[in-house]
Write a protein that binds this ligand. Structure first.
Ligand SMILES: Cc1cc2nc3c(=O)[nH]c(=O)nc-3n(C[C@H](O)[C@H](O)[C@H](O)COP(=O)(O)OP(=O)(O)OC[C@H]3O[C@@H](n4cnc5c(N)ncnc54)[C@H](O)[C@@H]3O)c2cc1C
Length: 456
């Protein structure tokens, strides 16, 4: 069994209790990024520790830092490239700085490579904007912010360029954009101002959104609450503003007035982050192009109710790389991962039972086994997403929460108590005690000493 990607969805597949097929199989997980590498190590540990027979963990091969470059669904192979200097395949060990390329065979493929950033083909985004997708992106944004602040200090106070350099613009009013804008505003007002006095009066944070509202998936009351909090914080919210083009200094957009008239606007920026949603990765497009049933898959891979790739032989796809009726969130990806592990487990039991039925001649026993088989097959139900709610941090120790208990009850909350609820929910959802301790100790550090304001 081969999993491509080893973060949210893949990790849930690999670490869910009782994944018997995984226990019996050689599990190979490809993890492209550093962040994934961390998780891969844990994946190996937990998958190994849950193995039923002693030597199963030896079978598990993890290729951290390896990137899948191509897939051949017909011949069931994955081409991989590894750029790091140390690489292990079975007993062979290579120590070479050249990228290593190899092709591996799979029986089952779990495809969960996530998604990339959607730029909607808007010119200038790739060249000038920063993104917030991988852990490294956050460091890059922080570095850019510091560089712009430093540069602005060389210019006179009334200079337009100084004002521009101190303007932080976020495009995209979904949870990522809202949380980033709120965090940046907090950072400036709560911490940076202690190191650079007066910066809070000069810096501006602007959130641009094409639709009429930010956080459009939240209850209307919470949307209004978020707008109010942003207003109190002095965060510029520019809704109904569709970005058309970006150059090295400005965002060019069209603002739609309430009466429907449009106006061209230019928004200068020093730091710009694009948080415009998801698009398919190149590898996903490549895979889709090789399968007839995926030719219409524009927004993600098409899967059935058991997460089997339409037209793929023994390929399962889940998480952000797929297009289903569910939103592209960690909540969905995690539930899909757990579902898949349980599905494999049930399938494994079904296979065992079928084998037993084939080799049984005694009628009474055969009837019993057939009944058991029917029960098991009935239990192997399609994936059903259970929405547990949505949470977002909106700044100044306030959060919004749209919570649901089954289909019958929803609660919309906003405020400081919700912020504490958001934090506890966040910690609960983190995978592994190690991550929980790291995150809580980070929060404590920030609460006592403030955020780190030193330049890397
Ligand atoms: C800033 C931000 C905040 C978010 N906050 C929330 C939140 O609060 N709640 C929530 O529910 N969702 C949140 N999301 C969405 C959530 O992160 C995703 O929906 C979820 O991670 C999707 O899981 P996945 O396993 O499909 O993909 P990912 O978690 O993205 O994992 C994909 C993995 O595949 C690896 N990979 C990619 N290409 C290759 C390749 N060619 N070969 C090998 N490996 C590869 C990647 O490196 C990565 O490790 C947030 C997203 C962002 C960007």
């Amino acid at each position: 069994m081969f999993t491509v990607g080893s973060r949210t969805a893949s990790r849930a597949v690999c670490t869910t209790n009782g994944s018997q097929l995984l226990r019996r199989s050689t599990l190979q997980a490809l993890a492209a990024s550093n962040r994934a590498r961390l998780l891969s190590t844990e994946t190996r540990a937990s998958a190994g520790s849950k193995g039923s027979s002693g030597n199963n963990s030896n079978n598990e091969v993890l290729k951290s830092g390896a990137i899948a470059t191509d897939l051949d669904p017909e011949n069931k192979t994955v081409s991989i490239e590894h750029k790091s200097q140390r690489f292990n395949i079975g007993d062979a060990f290579t120590n070479d700085s050249e990228p290593i390329e190899t092709t591996l065979h799979y029986d089952y493929l779990v495809y969960a490579v996530g998604a990339t950033v959607n730029t909607f083909g808007i010119p200038g985004i790739y060249e000038h904007a920063s993104f917030l997708k991988e852990a490294n992106d956050a460091t890059a944004v922080r570095q850019k912010l510091f560089n712009q602040i430093e540069a602005s200090r060389l210019l006179p106070k009334d200079s337009e360029d100084r004002k521009r350099l101190l303007s932080f613009v976020v495009c995209g009013g979904g949870p990522t954009g809202v949380e980033l804008a709120a965090e940046i505003k907090d950072y400036i007002f709560q911490d940076l101002c202690k190191f650079i006095p007066g910066i809070e009066n000069e810096m501006s944070v602007t959130l641009i959104e094409a639709q009429h509202n930010v956080l459009s998936m939240f209850h209307p009351r919470l949307i209004e609450y978020t707008k109010d909090v942003f207003k109190q914080q002095g965060l510029n919210l520019q809704t109904d503003t569709m970005v058309k083009k970006i150059d090295d200094k400005n965002v060019y957009a069209t603002y739609r007035h309430p009466n429907g008239k449009t106006e061209d606007v230019v928004i200068p920026y020093g730091t710009l982050v694009w948080a415009g949603g998801n698009a398919q990765r190149e590898l996903t497009k490549k895979l889709a192009s090789k399968i007839v049933e995926q030719q219409t898959a524009r927004r993600g891979l098409l899967v059935d109710d058991y997460l089997r790739l339409d037209g793929g032989d023994q390929i399962y796809a889940l998480g952000d790389c797929t297009f289903t009726q569910n939103p592209p969130t960690a909540q969905v990806a995690h539930q899909q991962g757990v579902f898949l592990a349980e599905h494999f487990n049930k399938q494994s039991k079904i296979e065992d039972l079928k084998y037993e039925i084939d080799s049984t001649t005694e009628e009474a026993k055969l009837n019993k086994l057939n009944q058991r088989l029917k029960r098991l097959e009935k239990k192997d139900k399609p994936f059903e997403y259970i929405h547990q709610g949505a949470l977002a941090y909106i700044g100044s120790e306030r959060a919004v929460a749209d919570l649901s208990w089954g289909d019958w009850s929803t609660v919309a909350l906003g405020g400081t108590m919700t912020f504490f609820f958001w934090r506890s929910a966040y910690v609960t959802m983190l995978l592994g005690i190690r991550n929980k301790i790291f995150v809580v100790s980070d929060w404590l550090k920030v609460a006592i000493f403030g955020r780190d304001c030193s330049q890397e």
